[in-house]
Design a protein around this ligand. Structure first.
Ligand SMILES: [Zn+2]
Length: 189
């Protein structure tokens, strides 16, 4: 294995080696790559179209305790899943939903926040903290919240009022309880 030399800028050539081999080793990513090998061994091409079978896009928090497919009985190919910290509807979520609806045929939107979300322990002060540490204020809002229900309502409102979306009549919001596994619907009003 060739070593990288700091300051050397003339060549970015990757070291040669066995074609297609991925280094696994004793790292988290290595473990994932190993798991993927086993997955691919049992995998058969489902021959699916990219358009979600259930015509639905789910926007949810990235929280590790929320297994969207299991929690919602979803199968491969059923839906689009769009996840970020909090499951909040940011401009980038609107971007994905716009493509999902206009190019890939989804019509329903499901929004999922959850109990015990990390966003509840943050405030917009986090941006100031970052600025003090790195000398640059992030352009993005933290999108922190103290009331998950209220934030689900705000997210529903952002979807419903987006000029880019074709379908805003079937938009429902929920809070997932990480202790019981149950969804509770949030009244949009
Ligand atoms: Zn969360």
């Amino acid at each position: 294995m060739t070593s990288n030399v700091i300051g050397m800028t003339t060549s970015a050539a990757a070291p040669g080696g066995s074609e297609g081999a991925i280094t696994t080793g004793d790292t988290v990513t290595g473990r994932l790559v190993e798991a993927n090998r086993r997955y691919a061994e049992a995998f058969t091409d489902p021959g699916m179209d990219a358009r979600p079978v259930l015509h639905v896009a789910v926007v949810a928090c990235m929280d590790a305790r929320l297994d969207l497919h299991k929690a919602l009985g979803l199968q491969l190919g059923d839906c689009h899943t769009i996840r970020n910290a909090g499951g909040v509807v940011t401009d980038d979520v609107i971007r994905s939903l716009t493509i999902s609806q206009r190019k890939l045929g989804t019509r329903s939107v499901v929004l999922i926040h959850h109990t015990g979300c990390g966003l509840e322990s943050l405030t917009e002060d986090f941006r100031t903290e970052l600025e003090m540490e790195v000398g640059q204020r992030p352009a993005w809002a933290v999108e922190s919240f103290s009331d998950a229900d209220q934030d689900v309502r705000q997210s529903m409102q952002r979807v419903r009022t987006s000029p880019f979306l074709l379908h805003t009549d079937d938009v429902r919001g929920f809070v997932f309880d990480v202790r019981t596994g149950l969804l509770r619907e949030v009244d949009p009003a």
